[in-house]
Design a protein around this ligand. Sequence first.
Ligand code: EPZ
Length: 418
Amino acid sequence: MEKYIINGGNRLYGKVAIQTAKNSVLPILAAAVLTDEEVCIKNVPHITDVKNMVKILSCLGCKAVFQGENLIINSSSADCFEIPSALAHELRSSVFLLGSVISRFKSAKIAYPGGCDIGLRPVDLHLTGLKRLGVDITESNGYILCKCDKLSGNEIMLDCPSVGATENIMLAAVKAEGETIIKNAAREPEIEDLQRFLNCIGARVSGAGSGTVVVEGVEKLSGGEFVPIPDRIEAGTFLVAAAMCGGEVELERVCPENLSSLLHKLRENGCKIYANGDKIILQSGKRLTSVKSIETQPYPGFPTDLQAQITALSCICKGQSIITENLFETRFKYVPELRKMGADITVINRSAFVRGVEKFKGATVIAHDLRGGAALVLAALAAEGRSEVLDISHIDRGYGAFEFKLRALGGDIVRIVV
Ligand code: EPZ
């Protein structure tokens, strides 16, 4: 078990380079199973979810090796269609492999995927979509078993714009016979990035980001090199850190247009923000003012993956806020931990009701999931006094070199192995 020890109160100054997007890299790694030629994914973050996805690819018989920051994958020797349950339980994105494994082997077996404990996280939309492409699916003893003679293009209407279901169906459709149209598809930038990667290796995908994705099936795919987009959630986490601690931070290698809903809220809080090309500068001085209401929505609405971070910020603003989580059922597990730090916050159903206090007080708190854990680190950095954040393995799933980047900005944070 590892923990962070944080002495709060330092303002943050300096530059931070943003990693490539975890939620882009993971479906792209699944997509690499579709081709027999070598693919090179550049600047891949060294985070636990990526390491576990690489382990799964190796279990399928693929060769996947890091060369510095680049990940080289060759799936020509892939010979297994069963995703190991221990690894499937580790991460949600294991389910994305269903589409590509079925496409390659016409069979697939996977245990129900794990990942952050933030809600029920069903996969019904994934399975309904795959059935529309001709896949027979049975579920028994916690496993999902898939078989098909061939994959045939079809029209699929998603009940909700699920990111994972959109990606899974795209992967299964790439080499299906004929055209697949995915309606009410997710619009996240990571969906567009997956489309760019697939087209870079010879697929014919269009419409990502528009809500309707069209996939023309092709016979064969090639290899290629690809640089995924920057991680908008890591970027947003650092912007909120600077807003809460005060100071001036410059993010490098970001896409400001992918963060507009957060930038809008932070400006309303009173931050000065300058966005130019692939850089964002945030200045925060005096105590910030509360934003009355924040509702998480599918992209381009306010991202659920920044809900915990903006709630932590709201706790030390002047005024009151209501933060509503519309996507996941139990994404407020970090709230009792913030209360230990002096937050005045109450959760009723899907909303957190916040009354701003002057400052957090240092305390010992526990991370329960990836983004909630990150929010506790931000609260500790802004707090008065010493904090400990326990069970930080949750944070390691999505943030590479997190404490190094925060220390470089002036944060007093160290990792301790207990
Ligand atoms: C992806 O999860 C991300 N994970 C999540 O990021 C992110 O919070 C989420 O999209 C929403 O943006 C990855 O990309 C690896 P969904 P996913 O399917 O695909 C319901 C992080 O912190 N739903 O868009 O699992 C579901 O219950 C992680 O980086 C169904 O009902 O999210 C939820 O209410 C956490 N049936 C809503 O859709 C289904 O078959 C959105 O889920 C699938 C989803």
